[in-house]
Ligand binder design. Structure first.
Ligand SMILES: [Fe+2]
Length: 300
């Protein structure tokens, strides 16, 4: 057991859970984006982040991410206006972005996704915290997620995840389902003709992790297996120790046709796996040295 490995807690990054503290007046937690209230400094922060990531992503982000970005009204100079984004996004896949003040409760998050609404924080991080984020902001949510929502497979998968989330909550198996989202939509890699590419928003929007996930010798890169992933803890406080690789985005669509109820039973009964574990039977693209996290443990 690795005591250091953060496991899933009720409060998770990337839009999974929140308390009542920041609750707005609307029952679905949406608020106006308030685009006109962004300051010059806010737009400048977006520009710094946008330009930095735009230089890094060629050769790292998958073709679908690049195509989605190309077709959206998103540019370096200013934080995107959700209304303008939605004109394109809604026409392409029927999705829209809605503004929220930050993390929202699980059932609210799932209900939005089930109805093809992606909740995005309307705020942007401060200049002194470019690489550290307590809660997903507009850069993570829009730059990281929205290009992939232009893809029909991802569009259907995330909607199904929202529907599945509501059901998993009733069944008491949210932990297992949340791991699927984590290791795909947030931190997923895929195979492309010319090598591994990233498609997860958590890494696409991260300056450091978009390099670490593909180039560092430290993490494992393992062929994605649904039940295996449902048993695997993840890190919420640092780079992942393992990334899981899908064949292509259509593989995710296959999961939307599966009844998860028996999977919940089986994966609950099976031993849980730690973030750095590698099984003898699985296909490994690269076996990580684990040096990065070992160094952290030593230093702590
Ligand atoms: Fe996210």
């Amino acid at each position: 057991m690795q005591a250091e490995a953060s496991t899933e807690t009720p409060t998770q990054k990337h839009g999974l859970a929140a308390g009542d503290a920041g609750r707005p007046a609307s029952t679905d937690w949406t608020i106006p984006q308030g685009w006109e209230r962004y300051t010059a400094a806010d737009h400048a922060t977006w520009k710094t982040l946008f330009e930095r990531q735009s230089q890094l992503l060629p050769g790292r982000a998958c073709d679908e991410f690049v195509a989605g970005m190309r077709d959206l009204p998103m540019r370096a100079d200013e934080i995107p206006n959700f209304e303008q984004l939605n004109e394109v996004l809604q026409q392409r896949t029927g999705w829209q972005v809605v503004a929220v003040p930050g993390l929202v409760p699980d059932e609210v998050f799932f209900d939005h996704l089930a109805n093809r609404r992606f909740p995005s924080g309307n705020f942007i991080r401060k200049p002194h915290e470019l690489d550290y984020l307590e809660e997903p902001d507009v850069f993570h949510d829009v730059f990281g997620h929205v290009p992939m929502l232009m893809n029909p497979a991802i569009a259907d998968f995330i909607q199904a995840y929202g529907q599945g989330g509501l059901r998993a909550q009733q069944l008491g198996h949210l932990t297992q389902l949340a791991r699927v989202y984590w290791y795909t939509i947030e931190f997923g890699l895929l195979q492309q003709g010319n090598g591994l590419r990233l498609y997860g928003a958590g890494i696409a929007s991260s300056f450091t992790e978009s390099q670490f996930c593909l180039e560092s010798p430290s993490p494992n890169r393992i062929r994605f297996d649904l039940e295996r992933v449902m048993r695997t803890h993840y890190r919420i406080d640092d780079f992942q120790e393992s990334y899981f690789v899908i064949r292509d985005l259509d593989e995710l669509l296959e999961f939307t046709r599966i009844d998860f109820a028996p999977l919940y039973e089986r994966t609950q009964a099976a031993p849980a796996l730690q973030p750095g574990d590698v099984l003898p039977t699985e296909q490994v693209f690269s076996r990580g040295s684990g040096a990065y996290h070992a160094g952290k443990r030593k230093g702590s």
